[in-house]
Design a protein. Structure first.
Length: 311
């Protein structure tokens, strides 16, 4: 069986299935990407049904379909993804000889503003860690370890919770992480995170029942996945944030990743290095953090420089 290959679905055409198969095999698209593209193309096929579906629609029909997306209330980000799915499908159709033209060639990407990420200050991060260190028991140590790893390594929540235990038995100072699209990268583990992991391993191993098989996950759980879920981690993190006096909604697993990137840039890290550490395919995705870091530096100059103008 081909890794990541999409499963047959009753709501897509054979041409769409062939396209998804190509995305899985030739481009190593992630399962979530294949699922999203499958839904997007199935939606377009259904909407264009009266004009021949994707294989029979002309440019006017396809442009009309796309114009209707914004009118239906879809966000610019979702509309952009559907445009991308349809455009890539038509390029594939051309290469296969199924069509002689590309009716999506004039589709313009919807305007999308990129909001600045919600980022914690260094003081807020320190306050969160202070409160986490005051927690007792295995659950408190587990949460501290999760936050230490997330902030020290910039891992996505899916990457963090899917960490396997075996590599940590060797107390590494970095990990090889498989991110989006199956791409691998090195993720650093700082001294504080390493200490937290080793303490957590001792507690984790001691809690295992005699003769019970060890879980392969660093953060095991009794749920279907076998490891802690993103939802549960988010709940525990929010409770800890409120305990630290931070506003509700200010701290999420993804915000820890934002803080990792922004604080690196504030400290003078090279943008390309941060891009590599985050696993971003396009540096434009990483550049959003430079705006946050620039705002921080401007505030420092305004508030701390002796010659700053006082209103």
């Amino acid at each position: 069986m081909v890794r990541n290959a999409p499963q047959p679905r009753p709501d897509v055409t054979p041409q769409i299935e062939a396209f998804l198969e190509m995305m899985a095999v030739e481009r190593d698209a992630a399962p979530n990407t294949l699922s999203a593209y499958g839904r997007d193309l199935a939606d377009a096929e259904a909407t264009l049904g009266k004009t021949g579906g994707l294989m029979g629609a002309d440019s006017q029909a396809v442009e009309g379909w796309f114009a209707g997306l914004s009118q239906s209330g879809l966000s610019a980000a979702t509309a952009a993804r559907r445009r991308s799915a349809v455009r890539q499908f038509y390029r594939f159709a051309l290469s296969e000889g199924w069509r002689k033209d590309d009716p999506s060639r004039r589709l313009e990407a919807p305007a999308r503003g990129r909001p600045l990420p919600n980022v914690l200050s260094r003081e807020e991060i320190e306050r969160l860690f202070e409160r986490l260190m005051e927690r007792d028991g295995a659950s408190g140590l587990r949460l501290l370890t999760l936050v230490e790893l997330a902030y020290a390594s910039g891992l996505r929540v899916s990457e963090l919770l899917a960490l396997r235990v075996e590599p940590f038995r060797r107390d590494p100072d970095h990990l090889i992480v498989r991110g989006k699209g199956g791409k691998e990268r090195l993720a650093p583990i700082g001294p504080a995170a390493r200490r937290a992991v080793q303490a957590w391993l001792a507690v984790r191993d001691a809690a295992r029942k005699p003769k019970a098989p060890d879980s392969v996950w660093l953060f095991p759980s009794s749920g279907a996945s076998g490891h802690l879920t993103p939802r549960r981690f988010a709940q525990l993190l929010e409770e800890a944030a409120l305990d630290a006096g931070l506003e509700r909604g200010r701290v999420t697993p993804h915000v820890l990743r934002h803080a990792f990137a922004t604080h690196l840039l504030e400290g003078g890290a090279d943008l390309r290095v941060v891009q590599t550490l985050l696993g971003h395919a396009d540096i434009s995705t990483t550049q959003i953090y430079t705006h946050v870091a620039r705002d921080h530096l401007a505030r420092v100059v305004r508030d701390k420089h002796p010659l700053a103008r006082k209103d």
